[in-house]
Design a protein around this ligand. Sequence first.
Ligand SMILES: [Cu+2]
Length: 237
Amino acid sequence: MLLRLRHGSPTRLSLNSSAVAAGLLLSGCDTPLSTLAPAGEAASTIATLWWVMLTAAVLIFVGVVGAALLPLMTRRLKAPSTRAMLIGGGLAFPGVVLVALLIAALVIGDRLSPRGEPDVLRIEAEAHQWGWTFRYPDAPGQAATAGVMHVPVGRPFEVYVTSRDVIHSFWAPRLGGKIDAIPGQVNVIRLQADAPGAYRGQCAEFCGRGHAMMDFVLQAHSADDYRAWQSRQGAGQ
Ligand SMILES: [Cu+2]
């Protein structure tokens, strides 16, 4: 039941409530850990796939609900045969949808994978309960940082991810997908930041009581700032 306000009709109140609800939902898409606010090529691809899947899911939902309601609304509609429902709705339609999603997932997965390019920056990420250590084999002085990963803007880099103890997962949502950090194994993910800034990351695999606090920052520098950071590492600062 709608409440009647002194200066507003129930319809206006309903519209206002919808606007507030939509605003709250959309504001959740713009948080530091939102995959819907991409800041790199890989994350943009994932976000595009998300919107495509959402659109397809809405269309399928509307179609299924419509097909269920239509016979109730009109008696003139001739129901399709059971055979047509089974073959069309049970095999052909889900087959086409699932194959399309499989192809999209393979294409996107390939974009996140390392490509063996010789000049790609390499960074090593080691997870532990409950934090992250990053090493930079390409930087002078064998630099290492705890909790903050430093990268240049506009240049792809590959993160070699492993773990010191239990299974964790490396995830910087605004830059790309997740990859597991597994003891005794190295998994590689390719990322890129398109603009300078501090991008939040989070362990995405439950790893114990400190899991929720196991975050990190991916600091993307302009080319000059990154060179300055590298030279400070070389100077032992
Ligand atoms: Cu964790």
